[in-house]
Write a protein that binds this ligand. Structure first.
Ligand code: SF4
Ligand code: SF4
Length: 180
């Protein structure tokens, strides 16, 4: 399995065993090459801090809107981690929230509980953190201009740092000239 060639997260979600193998390989890669991936890890931590920073703002508005929602978007098909998410979570040294079985698209997300999402925002797939439905966005835009601007700037910076993290990871991987 060539790490550089894998960009088929959707297929992997239909094969949890293969996904688990990929996760274990990435974990070993990070653990055996701490120096090589130091920059990637630093950038992953910066992304985490930025997500923690925007959390209170998003939480205020999603609590208001999502609690009344009749068409909750937390379905498996909307929550699948992509390859970049795997790199990010494992670069943080966090345990990847692997489901116990293959998931059907229309089932409620395996991380959803009665109290909402069971994992902190910084560990959620980017697509969850990126998705603001029309109602939620409208509510967020009603925030004081300064607070909304700060949220927006922090979010943009987070995306930029995440892109840098991705590039750093592949640079490091190339430098190792490895395939796992
Ligand atoms: S983000 Fe929008 S669609 Fe999703 S649960 Fe909240 S209100 Fe509903
Ligand atoms: S990971 Fe959390 S926020 Fe994302 S779809 Fe699942 S329950 Fe919802």
């Amino acid at each position: 399995m060539q790490l550089l060639e894998i960009n088929r997260e959707i297929l992997l979600w239909d094969n949890i065993r293969e996904l688990q193998i990929l996760i274990e390989r990435l974990e070993s890669l990070f653990s055996a090459n701490k120096e090589v991936f130091a920059e990637t890890k630093d950038l992953a931590h910066t992304v985490k801090e930025l997500l923690i920073k925007i959390d209170p703002f998003v939480e205020i508005y999603s609590k208001k809107v999502c609690s009344k929602c009749e068409n909750i978007c937390c379905l498996n098909k909307n929550s699948r981690y992509e390859y970049d998410d795997l790199i990010y979570v494992l670069a943080l040294g966090e345990k990847f929230p692997l489901p116990e079985r293959n998931l059907k698209d229309r089932e409620p997300c395996y991380l959803l509980t009665e109290k909402g999402c069971s994992i902190p925002r910084y560990l959620r797939p980017l697509r969850c953190n990126w998705y603001f439905c029309k109602d939620l966005l409208k509510e967020m835009e009603s925030a004081p201009a300064r607070a909304f601007r700060e949220f927006s700037n922090t979010f943009t910076l987070m995306l930029h740092k995440r892109q840098q993290m991705r590039e750093s990871f592949f640079r490091a991987l190339t430098s190792l000239q490895c395939s796992v």
